[in-house]
Structure formats: structure tokens, C-alpha cells
Design a protein around this ligand. Structure first.
Ligand code: DC
Length: 220
């Protein structure tokens, strides 16, 4: 049986940590689609392509060899694992994420990845709404803005107030863009991770995924 779990939500909600742990529990692979948008942003900056030149950035996304693994991200044979988390990419990636041509290309790759891996836990912003509308389970992860900023600071350092402002700006861009904005679908379950441990959330989601999978199998 193919299990596909879609995990969407704003930055700092705990998506990556939870999605990775959940994938392990379910015995499937994990895909971070944000890393794909980040890698294309990195490549454009690296190649001196203007992020405002939509056609040129789209061409890069179509032509590139992109490998997003659990530990490393490689684009055109360049190890971009660290660079895609740096401030330059982080502050510019939402511009690339508004490029519909890039979104089209990356969605195609995301669907292909799930097909090749026979399911998976996929995290992003438009996974349950657009990429996998028929996912076994759709989760909308969230947390209070302050908790999210503190998590980012614990991960990568910086000043909580400044990071909170940057997160708010990125949230606004992600949720107001014309093409597949971040949103909660009616059939997704919302989990607020502010006051819950990772283990607790993962165990809860594992149960939900298994029940949803069994229900599907029974209805076939
Ligand atoms: O999850 P993240 O912070 O690594 O995501 C980086 C950016 O990519 C962020 O601006 C949201 C965007 N993104 C998106 O638009 N759609 C996705 N499926 C995943 C990420």
C-alpha cells in the first residue's frame, strides 16, 4: 500500500523534524520540498541569474540535476547542503517560490519522487492542496510566532525579534502569493506544536496515518 503523508505549514512549525521522524516510523522516505526551492535559488545566485528574470530561473530549474536527500542537497554536482540554509538564500527564496514556471517544474519532480519511492512523507506549503490532493493524510502543522522564531534561533542563531520579523515577512509572502499559497485545506488536520513534544506529535500522526491507510485499503 502506498502511504503519502502531506505536511504543510509555516516556517518553524517543526515540519522537518516531525516529517523525518514520521517517515522513519512509517518505513517510507522523506522529502523536503522547501529544500528544492532553496536549491534553485542557490543556483540562480551562484550563476548570477536575476531572480526577477522568471524565464531564466525557470530554465535553470528545468535543466538542473537536483538531488534532495535526507542529509545532503546537491544541484548540478555542487553540494549546496549548507548554503541553502544561509541568510542569502533564506531571504530570497520566497521570490523564487512565487515563480509559477519553477513551481510547475518542481511539482512534477515531487510527484515523480513519490512514484519512484512508492509513497513518502512530503513537507512543504502546497503539498496537500496542490501536489498530492489525494494524500493518505494531510497535516497542517503550526506553532505560535514566538515559538517558531525561538526554534529558528536555537537552530541557526540570531536575534529572536529580527528572526520573528523575517519569518512574518516570509509567511505573508508565502500565504498571499497568487500561485498555490500556503493554506490549510478542509480535509487536513491541524496540529499546533507550540506546547507538544516531537515524540507526542509523531506518535499521534503515525496513528492517524495508519488508520487512514487501513480505511483506504478497506474501501478499495
Ligand atoms: O520550508 P522552507 O523554509 O525551507 O521553504 C523555503 C521557501 O520555499 C519558503 O519561502 C516557502 C517555499 N516553499 C513553497 O512555496 N512550496 C513548497 N512546497 C515548499 C516551500
Amino acid at each position: 500500500m502506498t502511504i503519502v503523508v502531506a505536511i504543510d505549514g509555516p516556517a518553524g512549525a517543526g515540519k522537518s523534524t516531525i516529517a523525518k521522524a514520521l517517515a522513519k516510523k512509517l518505513g517510507v522516505k522523506y522529502l523536503d520540498t522547501g529544500a528544492m526551492y532553496r536549491a534553485v535559488t542557490f543556483l540562480a545566485l551562484n550563476d548570477g541569474v536575476s531572480l526577477h528574470d522568471e524565464a531564466a530561473v525557470a530554465k535553470l530549474s528545468v535543466d538542473c540535476a537536483l538531488d534532495v536527500g535526507e542529509e545532503t542537497v546537491t544541484i548540478n554536482s555542487i553540494d549546496a547542503t549548507r548554503a541553502i540554509r544561509g541568510p542569502e538564500v533564506t531571504n530570497k527564496v520566497s521570490l523564487v517560490a512565487t515563480n509559477s514556471l519553477v513551481r510547475n517544474e518542481l511539482r512534477t519532480r515531487q510527484r515523480e519522487w513519490v512514484r519512484m519511492n512508492d509513497g513518502g512523507v512530503v513537507e512543504g506549503r502546497d503539498i496537500g492542496s496542490v501536489v498530492f490532493p489525494d494524500a493518505t493524510l494531510k497535516v497542517y502543522l503550526t506553532a505560535s510566532p514566538l515559538v517558531r522564531a525561538k526554534r529558528r534561533v536555537a537552530q541557526s542563531g540570531g536575534d529572536v525579534e529580527r528572526i520573528a520579523a523575517e519569518i512574518a515577512e516570509r509567511d505573508l509572502r508565502d500565504s498571499t502569493r497568487a500561485d498555490s499559497p500556503l493554506m490549510k485545506t478542509d480535509d487536513s488536520i491541524t496540529v499546533d506544536t507550540s506546547d507538544r513534544s516531537i515524540d507526542e506529535v509523531v506518535a499521534h500522526l503515525e496513528r492517524l496515518a495508519r488508520v487512514a491507510d487501513e480505511k483506504r485499503a478497506a474501501s478499495r
